[in-house]
Design a protein around this ligand. Sequence first.
Ligand SMILES: Cc1cc2nc3c(=O)[nH]c(=O)nc-3n(C[C@H](O)[C@H](O)[C@H](O)COP(=O)(O)OP(=O)(O)OC[C@H]3O[C@@H](n4cnc5c(N)ncnc54)[C@H](O)[C@@H]3O)c2cc1C
Length: 400
Amino acid sequence: MAAQRYGVIGAGILGVAVARRLSEVEPDAIVTVLEKEDRVAAHQTGRNSGVVHAGLYYTPGSLKATLCRRGMGLLRDFCADHAIPYEERGKLVVARDALEESRLREIERRARENTVPGLRRLDCDQLRELEPNVVGVAALHSPRTALIDFSAVTRALAVDVTARSGSVVLNTEVTGIQQIAGEVRVRTGEDEFGFDRLIVCAGLQTDRVARLAGGAEDPAIIPFRGEYLRLVDARRHLVSRLIYPVPDPALPFLGVHFTPRIDGTVDIGPNAVLALSREGYRRTDIVIGDVAEIARSRGFHRLALRHWRTGISEIRGSLSRRAFLREARRFVPALAPEDVERAPAGVRAQAVDPDGSLVDDFRLARLGRVVAVRNAPSPAATSALAIAEHVASMALDERY
Ligand SMILES: Cc1cc2nc3c(=O)[nH]c(=O)nc-3n(C[C@H](O)[C@H](O)[C@H](O)COP(=O)(O)OP(=O)(O)OC[C@H]3O[C@@H](n4cnc5c(N)ncnc54)[C@H](O)[C@@H]3O)c2cc1C
């Protein structure tokens, strides 16, 4: 039988992990990753918080819960095998009053159901012992939550793909997809590729690329910029672990948190502000086509009605450093305005259903010989090696 030809669109961590998995299970296959940028990990993968999540919040039994737990173990082993730094710095979710303490108990219940390793509940004295600058009435400690550089992981995955005679083709934007006569034809400017199977892992563009392959209009991607402040060097010691607030279950994001990074810097953020450009990282970046698409999206209208209050407070946080700091000072009161500077932002690809709900779980869709990742928000980087196993088994299914 002739060697199977697999195409993957997107060289973020998911695309490259899927390519590596396919070349592992079918060593004779020809695997080609097509990426429009001049490097791997150019978008979400290279602009995130760098946290290996242990699986605290996710609905037990969901793809997020199961693939995050498996992905974390696979990632740890991958880093050990490839000499990539992986630091189990630990995370604290801090409750500041009785209401948050009751919400913390629900998080603890989920976390235990998700078998998060080493989980421990702390009272305020135990919290102060671990983090003298953090105030709260109680906290949940996840000691195995880790710091990592997801770009470094993606580069190492790409080396494995090419070592197994696959290829990662950069500066190559996919502009057309057609399924004809038992194969998938993929157009990229001047060139055309033929594949037996195609996997779409196009991050912020994944809805548009899936539509090229005949996929449904929804869920649409709505981009949310995540902005960070960075502690100046002299104040890095304010926290040593990841410090998170207890999320409000009525709100869609986790809230501003303290994020130590593997390079020694400490960031505060990200917030979540509607982005007017899918791949624009400054507040002033506006792409008219992106804005028009948001305005046309049925899901966005309903989402905006539901969350307009949060939207306004997040935009105020975005425009005013003071409002952003006020949030962070609720659990680290020693933080002063002169302790921070601006840090690079990221943009999240968040899928939204037509009824206005943010798609919470990972979502994968099959379109004949094409498998499309339609929603892969955090913790998809943590889960990448497990998502890759799952997606590869869908792509290898011989019934299609
Ligand atoms: C601010 C922020 C913080 C986050 N923090 C964390 C965290 O701490 N831990 C965690 O686990 N997750 C985190 N995430 C989520 C995580 O970064 C993403 O889930 C993950 O990177 C998704 O990977 P991806 O490969 O799907 O997407 P991307 O990394 O966005 O890759 C998609 C690729 O597809 C390419 N592409 C798009 N269209 C085309 C086309 N037509 N032709 C060719 N190529 C194309 C793009 O150029 C891009 O390189 C965070 C995300 C953000 C934005």
